[in-house]
Design a binder for this molecule. Structure first.
Ligand code: NDP
Length: 364
Protein backbone atom coordinates (compact mmCIF):
# COMPACT_ATOMS: atom_id res chain seq x y z
CA UNK A 1 0.00 0.00 0.00
CA UNK A 2 2.70 2.39 1.02
CA UNK A 3 4.67 1.53 -2.03
CA UNK A 4 1.63 2.00 -4.20
CA UNK A 5 0.81 5.31 -2.54
CA UNK A 6 4.41 6.41 -2.87
CA UNK A 7 4.38 5.45 -6.53
CA UNK A 8 1.07 7.23 -7.14
CA UNK A 9 2.30 10.28 -5.30
CA UNK A 10 5.48 10.41 -7.45
CA UNK A 11 3.43 10.01 -10.62
CA UNK A 12 1.00 12.75 -9.54
CA UNK A 13 3.85 15.03 -8.69
CA UNK A 14 5.53 14.60 -12.10
CA UNK A 15 2.15 15.17 -13.82
CA UNK A 16 1.80 18.42 -11.88
CA UNK A 17 5.28 19.45 -13.02
CA UNK A 18 4.36 18.64 -16.65
CA UNK A 19 1.14 20.65 -16.40
CA UNK A 20 3.08 23.51 -14.89
CA UNK A 21 5.68 23.45 -17.69
CA UNK A 22 3.06 23.22 -20.43
CA UNK A 23 0.95 26.03 -19.01
CA UNK A 24 4.08 28.14 -18.62
CA UNK A 25 4.99 27.47 -22.24
CA UNK A 26 1.47 28.31 -23.41
CA UNK A 27 1.42 31.59 -21.47
CA UNK A 28 4.86 32.52 -22.89
CA UNK A 29 3.70 31.66 -26.39
CA UNK A 30 0.56 33.80 -26.06
CA UNK A 31 2.65 36.69 -24.66
CA UNK A 32 5.06 36.27 -27.59
CA UNK A 33 2.19 36.34 -30.08
CA UNK A 34 0.65 39.42 -28.45
CA UNK A 35 3.88 41.32 -28.11
CA UNK A 36 5.95 40.37 -31.11
CA UNK A 37 3.76 39.15 -33.91
CA UNK A 38 2.05 42.44 -34.85
CA UNK A 39 5.36 44.29 -35.32
CA UNK A 40 6.72 41.35 -37.33
CA UNK A 41 3.65 41.33 -39.57
CA UNK A 42 3.85 45.10 -39.88
CA UNK A 43 7.52 44.89 -40.85
CA UNK A 44 6.77 42.19 -43.41
CA UNK A 45 3.96 44.30 -44.83
CA UNK A 46 6.23 47.34 -45.01
CA UNK A 47 8.91 45.24 -46.71
CA UNK A 48 6.37 43.88 -49.18
CA UNK A 49 5.03 47.37 -49.79
CA UNK A 50 8.54 48.73 -50.27
CA UNK A 51 9.32 45.92 -52.70
CA UNK A 52 6.18 46.65 -54.70
CA UNK A 53 6.91 50.37 -54.80
CA UNK A 54 10.50 49.64 -55.84
CA UNK A 55 9.35 47.96 -59.07
CA UNK A 56 10.15 50.38 -61.85
CA UNK A 57 7.32 51.18 -64.21
CA UNK A 58 8.06 51.77 -67.85
CA UNK A 59 5.74 52.81 -70.64
CA UNK A 60 7.59 51.13 -73.50
CA UNK A 61 10.25 48.50 -72.89
CA UNK A 62 12.58 47.42 -75.71
CA UNK A 63 14.65 44.25 -75.54
CA UNK A 64 17.66 44.15 -77.86
CA UNK A 65 20.16 46.55 -79.37
CA UNK A 66 20.60 45.69 -83.04
CA UNK A 67 19.25 47.86 -85.86
CA UNK A 68 15.67 46.81 -84.99
CA UNK A 69 15.89 47.66 -81.29
CA UNK A 70 17.67 51.00 -81.77
CA UNK A 71 15.31 52.07 -84.56
CA UNK A 72 12.33 51.18 -82.37
CA UNK A 73 13.95 53.28 -79.62
CA UNK A 74 14.43 56.28 -81.95
CA UNK A 75 10.80 56.22 -83.08
CA UNK A 76 9.40 55.48 -79.61
CA UNK A 77 11.43 58.30 -78.04
CA UNK A 78 10.29 60.78 -80.68
CA UNK A 79 6.69 59.71 -80.00
CA UNK A 80 7.28 60.50 -76.30
CA UNK A 81 6.82 56.88 -75.21
CA UNK A 82 9.89 57.27 -72.95
CA UNK A 83 11.37 53.96 -74.07
CA UNK A 84 13.80 52.03 -71.92
CA UNK A 85 16.04 49.72 -73.96
CA UNK A 86 18.11 46.91 -72.49
CA UNK A 87 21.04 46.04 -74.72
CA UNK A 88 21.76 42.44 -73.77
CA UNK A 89 25.18 40.83 -73.62
CA UNK A 90 26.30 41.96 -77.06
CA UNK A 91 25.32 45.61 -77.47
CA UNK A 92 24.85 46.27 -81.17
CA UNK A 93 24.05 42.64 -81.99
CA UNK A 94 25.33 40.75 -85.02
CA UNK A 95 26.63 43.87 -86.77
CA UNK A 96 29.32 44.25 -84.16
CA UNK A 97 30.99 41.11 -85.50
CA UNK A 98 31.02 42.25 -89.13
CA UNK A 99 33.47 44.59 -90.79
CA UNK A 100 32.42 46.89 -93.65
CA UNK A 101 28.74 47.47 -94.27
CA UNK A 102 28.22 48.82 -97.77
CA UNK A 103 24.55 48.11 -98.34
CA UNK A 104 22.98 50.31 -95.67
CA UNK A 105 21.55 53.41 -97.34
CA UNK A 106 22.95 56.71 -96.13
CA UNK A 107 26.57 55.67 -95.89
CA UNK A 108 27.96 56.42 -99.37
CA UNK A 109 31.44 55.25 -98.39
CA UNK A 110 30.29 52.27 -96.34
CA UNK A 111 30.79 51.97 -92.61
CA UNK A 112 32.21 49.46 -90.16
CA UNK A 113 29.43 47.42 -88.49
CA UNK A 114 30.44 48.29 -84.89
CA UNK A 115 30.63 52.03 -85.74
CA UNK A 116 27.22 51.90 -87.34
CA UNK A 117 25.76 50.46 -84.15
CA UNK A 118 27.44 53.19 -82.09
CA UNK A 119 25.80 55.74 -84.42
CA UNK A 120 22.40 54.07 -83.97
CA UNK A 121 22.82 54.08 -80.19
CA UNK A 122 23.84 57.74 -80.06
CA UNK A 123 20.92 58.74 -82.25
CA UNK A 124 18.49 56.87 -79.99
CA UNK A 125 20.04 58.53 -76.94
CA UNK A 126 19.85 61.98 -78.50
CA UNK A 127 16.13 61.43 -79.04
CA UNK A 128 15.77 60.67 -75.34
CA UNK A 129 15.72 56.86 -75.22
CA UNK A 130 17.02 55.41 -71.97
CA UNK A 131 19.64 52.89 -73.13
CA UNK A 132 20.86 50.52 -70.43
CA UNK A 133 23.39 47.74 -70.31
CA UNK A 134 21.77 44.62 -68.89
CA UNK A 135 20.36 41.27 -69.76
CA UNK A 136 16.69 40.39 -69.67
CA UNK A 137 16.57 37.10 -67.79
CA UNK A 138 12.84 36.41 -67.46
CA UNK A 139 9.53 37.76 -68.71
CA UNK A 140 6.00 37.35 -67.48
CA UNK A 141 3.51 38.20 -70.20
CA UNK A 142 0.60 36.44 -68.52
CA UNK A 143 -1.00 39.66 -67.26
CA UNK A 144 -0.76 43.43 -67.66
CA UNK A 145 1.38 45.30 -66.94
CA UNK A 146 3.97 42.90 -68.33
CA UNK A 147 6.86 42.08 -66.02
CA UNK A 148 10.47 41.79 -67.09
CA UNK A 149 13.34 40.60 -64.95
CA UNK A 150 16.76 42.14 -65.63
CA UNK A 151 20.06 40.53 -64.61
CA UNK A 152 18.14 38.06 -62.40
CA UNK A 153 17.61 40.73 -59.75
CA UNK A 154 15.43 43.61 -60.83
CA UNK A 155 11.83 43.50 -62.03
CA UNK A 156 10.36 46.15 -64.30
CA UNK A 157 6.72 46.58 -65.27
CA UNK A 158 5.92 47.70 -68.80
CA UNK A 159 2.75 48.70 -70.60
CA UNK A 160 4.17 47.69 -73.99
CA UNK A 161 7.09 45.44 -74.88
CA UNK A 162 9.07 45.47 -78.13
CA UNK A 163 11.15 42.35 -78.71
CA UNK A 164 14.22 42.85 -80.91
CA UNK A 165 16.46 40.09 -79.62
CA UNK A 166 17.73 39.06 -83.07
CA UNK A 167 19.10 35.74 -84.18
CA UNK A 168 22.51 34.16 -84.07
CA UNK A 169 24.17 32.48 -87.02
CA UNK A 170 25.10 28.86 -86.46
CA UNK A 171 28.78 28.04 -86.92
CA UNK A 172 30.58 24.79 -87.64
CA UNK A 173 32.61 25.12 -84.44
CA UNK A 174 36.06 24.89 -86.01
CA UNK A 175 38.93 26.75 -84.35
CA UNK A 176 40.10 28.06 -87.76
CA UNK A 177 36.59 29.30 -88.60
CA UNK A 178 36.58 31.36 -85.42
CA UNK A 179 40.14 32.67 -85.91
CA UNK A 180 39.45 33.85 -89.49
CA UNK A 181 35.99 35.25 -88.78
CA UNK A 182 35.89 38.68 -90.41
CA UNK A 183 39.01 37.83 -92.41
CA UNK A 184 37.34 35.85 -95.15
CA UNK A 185 34.99 33.80 -92.97
CA UNK A 186 31.46 35.18 -92.92
CA UNK A 187 27.90 34.07 -92.18
CA UNK A 188 26.34 36.59 -94.56
CA UNK A 189 26.98 36.47 -98.31
CA UNK A 190 24.78 39.47 -98.98
CA UNK A 191 26.82 41.51 -96.49
CA UNK A 192 30.31 40.36 -97.45
CA UNK A 193 30.15 38.72 -100.89
CA UNK A 194 30.92 41.96 -102.69
CA UNK A 195 34.40 42.06 -101.13
CA UNK A 196 35.26 38.90 -103.06
CA UNK A 197 34.11 40.00 -106.49
CA UNK A 198 35.77 38.02 -109.32
CA UNK A 199 37.35 35.57 -106.89
CA UNK A 200 36.75 31.93 -105.95
CA UNK A 201 34.77 31.40 -102.76
CA UNK A 202 33.26 28.49 -100.83
CA UNK A 203 29.99 28.04 -98.99
CA UNK A 204 28.81 25.33 -96.61
CA UNK A 205 25.14 24.41 -96.12
CA UNK A 206 22.30 22.89 -98.08
CA UNK A 207 19.18 24.70 -96.97
CA UNK A 208 17.31 27.57 -98.65
CA UNK A 209 19.70 30.11 -97.16
CA UNK A 210 22.77 28.32 -98.52
CA UNK A 211 21.19 28.02 -101.98
CA UNK A 212 20.10 31.64 -101.98
CA UNK A 213 23.54 32.82 -100.87
CA UNK A 214 25.34 30.52 -103.34
CA UNK A 215 23.20 31.99 -106.15
CA UNK A 216 23.94 35.51 -104.93
CA UNK A 217 27.68 34.77 -104.84
CA UNK A 218 27.56 33.14 -108.28
CA UNK A 219 26.71 36.54 -109.76
CA UNK A 220 29.79 38.14 -108.21
CA UNK A 221 32.42 35.46 -107.97
CA UNK A 222 34.15 33.31 -110.55
CA UNK A 223 33.45 29.94 -108.89
CA UNK A 224 31.36 29.08 -105.83
CA UNK A 225 32.37 25.78 -104.21
CA UNK A 226 29.37 24.47 -102.29
CA UNK A 227 29.94 21.82 -99.60
CA UNK A 228 26.99 19.61 -98.71
CA UNK A 229 27.41 17.11 -95.90
CA UNK A 230 24.85 14.59 -97.15
CA UNK A 231 23.96 13.21 -100.57
CA UNK A 232 20.94 15.50 -100.82
CA UNK A 233 19.95 19.06 -100.09
CA UNK A 234 17.40 20.20 -97.55
CA UNK A 235 16.46 23.25 -99.62
CA UNK A 236 13.19 23.58 -101.53
CA UNK A 237 13.13 21.89 -104.94
CA UNK A 238 13.02 25.15 -106.85
CA UNK A 239 16.14 26.45 -105.08
CA UNK A 240 17.99 23.18 -105.61
CA UNK A 241 17.17 23.31 -109.31
CA UNK A 242 18.47 26.84 -109.60
CA UNK A 243 21.72 25.91 -107.89
CA UNK A 244 22.20 22.82 -110.06
CA UNK A 245 21.57 24.84 -113.22
CA UNK A 246 24.11 27.54 -112.33
CA UNK A 247 27.30 26.81 -114.19
CA UNK A 248 29.74 28.43 -111.77
CA UNK A 249 28.39 26.72 -108.63
CA UNK A 250 30.33 23.53 -108.06
CA UNK A 251 28.51 21.18 -105.68
CA UNK A 252 30.47 18.74 -103.50
CA UNK A 253 28.18 16.02 -102.08
CA UNK A 254 29.00 14.10 -98.87
CA UNK A 255 31.59 16.66 -97.97
CA UNK A 256 32.65 17.84 -94.51
CA UNK A 257 34.73 20.94 -93.85
CA UNK A 258 37.87 19.95 -91.95
CA UNK A 259 39.63 23.31 -91.69
CA UNK A 260 39.58 26.84 -93.03
CA UNK A 261 43.15 27.62 -93.97
CA UNK A 262 45.19 30.82 -94.05
CA UNK A 263 47.37 32.64 -91.58
CA UNK A 264 45.78 36.11 -91.47
CA UNK A 265 43.04 35.66 -94.07
CA UNK A 266 41.38 32.76 -95.82
CA UNK A 267 43.43 31.22 -98.63
CA UNK A 268 41.88 27.73 -98.92
CA UNK A 269 39.57 25.17 -97.35
CA UNK A 270 40.38 21.59 -96.43
CA UNK A 271 37.45 19.21 -97.00
CA UNK A 272 36.87 15.48 -96.60
CA UNK A 273 34.64 13.25 -98.64
CA UNK A 274 32.71 11.25 -96.05
CA UNK A 275 32.28 8.24 -98.39
CA UNK A 276 35.87 7.88 -99.52
CA UNK A 277 37.69 9.78 -96.75
CA UNK A 278 39.58 11.59 -99.47
CA UNK A 279 40.97 14.97 -98.35
CA UNK A 280 41.07 17.92 -100.78
CA UNK A 281 42.41 21.43 -100.40
CA UNK A 282 40.46 24.00 -102.40
CA UNK A 283 41.96 27.48 -102.90
CA UNK A 284 39.37 30.17 -102.12
CA UNK A 285 39.42 33.73 -100.81
CA UNK A 286 36.33 33.46 -98.65
CA UNK A 287 34.37 30.84 -96.76
CA UNK A 288 30.66 31.45 -96.16
CA UNK A 289 28.82 29.53 -93.48
CA UNK A 290 25.11 29.13 -94.24
CA UNK A 291 23.98 26.34 -91.96
CA UNK A 292 21.07 28.15 -90.36
CA UNK A 293 20.30 30.70 -87.71
CA UNK A 294 18.96 30.45 -84.23
CA UNK A 295 16.38 33.08 -83.26
CA UNK A 296 16.95 34.41 -79.74
CA UNK A 297 13.44 33.65 -78.59
CA UNK A 298 14.01 31.19 -75.73
CA UNK A 299 12.74 33.69 -73.13
CA UNK A 300 9.29 33.69 -74.70
CA UNK A 301 8.70 29.93 -75.08
CA UNK A 302 5.22 28.96 -74.00
CA UNK A 303 4.04 32.59 -74.08
CA UNK A 304 4.40 33.80 -77.64
CA UNK A 305 3.52 31.93 -80.80
CA UNK A 306 6.60 30.79 -82.69
CA UNK A 307 7.26 28.49 -85.62
CA UNK A 308 9.01 25.14 -85.35
CA UNK A 309 12.43 26.85 -85.57
CA UNK A 310 11.60 29.31 -82.81
CA UNK A 311 10.98 32.44 -84.95
CA UNK A 312 8.32 34.63 -83.34
CA UNK A 313 5.15 34.82 -85.38
CA UNK A 314 3.76 38.28 -86.05
CA UNK A 315 0.48 39.16 -87.69
CA UNK A 316 0.99 39.79 -91.40
CA UNK A 317 1.78 43.40 -92.21
CA UNK A 318 2.43 44.28 -88.57
CA UNK A 319 4.74 43.51 -85.67
CA UNK A 320 1.92 42.38 -83.37
CA UNK A 321 2.42 39.04 -81.64
CA UNK A 322 -0.37 36.88 -80.21
CA UNK A 323 -0.27 38.95 -76.98
CA UNK A 324 -1.60 42.49 -77.29
CA UNK A 325 0.93 45.13 -76.39
CA UNK A 326 3.84 42.83 -77.22
CA UNK A 327 5.57 43.45 -80.55
CA UNK A 328 8.42 41.66 -82.32
CA UNK A 329 10.79 43.06 -84.93
CA UNK A 330 14.10 42.26 -86.60
CA UNK A 331 15.69 38.86 -87.06
CA UNK A 332 13.86 37.19 -84.16
CA UNK A 333 10.75 37.23 -86.39
CA UNK A 334 12.36 37.30 -89.86
CA UNK A 335 14.00 34.22 -91.30
CA UNK A 336 13.87 35.40 -94.88
CA UNK A 337 15.42 38.86 -95.33
CA UNK A 338 17.68 39.21 -92.25
CA UNK A 339 19.27 42.48 -93.33
CA UNK A 340 20.20 45.46 -91.17
CA UNK A 341 17.97 47.70 -93.24
CA UNK A 342 14.96 45.37 -93.11
CA UNK A 343 15.48 44.89 -89.35
CA UNK A 344 15.60 48.68 -88.88
CA UNK A 345 12.41 49.00 -90.96
CA UNK A 346 10.58 46.51 -88.79
CA UNK A 347 11.89 48.28 -85.65
CA UNK A 348 10.20 51.43 -86.92
CA UNK A 349 6.98 49.46 -87.48
CA UNK A 350 7.13 48.03 -83.94
CA UNK A 351 7.44 51.50 -82.40
CA UNK A 352 4.52 52.79 -84.48
CA UNK A 353 2.43 49.74 -83.52
CA UNK A 354 3.35 50.28 -79.84
CA UNK A 355 2.45 53.98 -80.09
CA UNK A 356 -0.99 53.16 -81.49
CA UNK A 357 -1.55 50.50 -78.85
CA UNK A 358 -0.53 52.75 -75.96
CA UNK A 359 -2.57 55.64 -77.38
CA UNK A 360 -5.66 53.42 -77.52
CA UNK A 361 -5.01 52.27 -73.92
CA UNK A 362 -4.94 55.86 -72.69
CA UNK A 363 -8.23 56.65 -74.38
CA UNK A 364 -9.95 53.41 -73.35
P1 NDP B 1 18.05 25.06 -92.55
O1 NDP B 1 18.01 24.60 -91.14
O2 NDP B 1 16.87 24.85 -93.41
O3 NDP B 1 19.28 24.37 -93.29
C1 NDP B 1 20.53 24.29 -92.68
C2 NDP B 1 21.43 23.51 -93.61
O4 NDP B 1 22.73 23.52 -93.06
C3 NDP B 1 21.01 22.05 -93.77
O5 NDP B 1 21.13 21.68 -95.10
C4 NDP B 1 21.99 21.31 -92.90
O6 NDP B 1 22.36 20.05 -93.38
C5 NDP B 1 23.21 22.18 -93.01
N1 NDP B 1 24.06 22.02 -91.85
C6 NDP B 1 23.72 22.16 -90.54
N2 NDP B 1 24.79 21.94 -89.75
C7 NDP B 1 25.82 21.64 -90.59
C8 NDP B 1 27.18 21.31 -90.38
N3 NDP B 1 27.69 21.26 -89.17
N4 NDP B 1 27.95 21.05 -91.47
C9 NDP B 1 27.43 21.13 -92.71
N5 NDP B 1 26.16 21.43 -92.98
C10 NDP B 1 25.35 21.69 -91.92
O7 NDP B 1 18.47 26.63 -92.45
P2 NDP B 1 18.24 27.78 -93.50
O8 NDP B 1 18.87 28.98 -92.90
O9 NDP B 1 18.68 27.39 -94.84
O10 NDP B 1 16.67 27.99 -93.55
C11 NDP B 1 15.93 28.24 -92.34
C12 NDP B 1 14.47 28.40 -92.70
O11 NDP B 1 14.26 29.61 -93.42
C13 NDP B 1 13.94 27.29 -93.61
O12 NDP B 1 12.63 27.01 -93.25
C14 NDP B 1 13.98 27.90 -94.97
O13 NDP B 1 13.05 27.32 -95.85
C15 NDP B 1 13.66 29.35 -94.67
N6 NDP B 1 14.21 30.25 -95.66
C16 NDP B 1 13.38 30.70 -96.65
C17 NDP B 1 13.85 31.51 -97.64
C18 NDP B 1 12.92 31.99 -98.67
O14 NDP B 1 11.75 31.64 -98.62
N7 NDP B 1 13.37 32.78 -99.62
C19 NDP B 1 15.26 31.94 -97.69
C20 NDP B 1 16.06 31.40 -96.62
C21 NDP B 1 15.52 30.58 -95.67
P3 NDP B 1 21.37 18.79 -93.30
O15 NDP B 1 20.36 19.02 -94.38
O16 NDP B 1 22.28 17.65 -93.56
O17 NDP B 1 20.79 18.80 -91.93
Amino acid sequence: MVRLWQHTDHKGCSSLIHIHIISHFCISFVIFIILFLPPVIERLQIKQHTKMSEIEKVHCFIIGSGPAGYTAAIYAARANLKPVLYQGLQPGGQLTITTDVENYPGYPNGIMGPQMMVDFEQQAQRMGADIRWGMVTKVDLSKKPYRIEVDEEKWIEADAVIIATGASAKWLGLESEDRLNGHGVSACAVCDGFFFKNQEVAIVGAGDTACEEALYLSKLCTIVHMFIRRSEMRASKVMQDRVMKTANIKVYWNTDTVEVMGEHKVDSVKVRNTQTNEISIIPVKAFFVAIGHEPNSGLFKGMLDMDEQGYLITQPGSTRTNIEGVFACGDVQDKIYRQAVSAAGSGCMAALDAERYLGALEHA
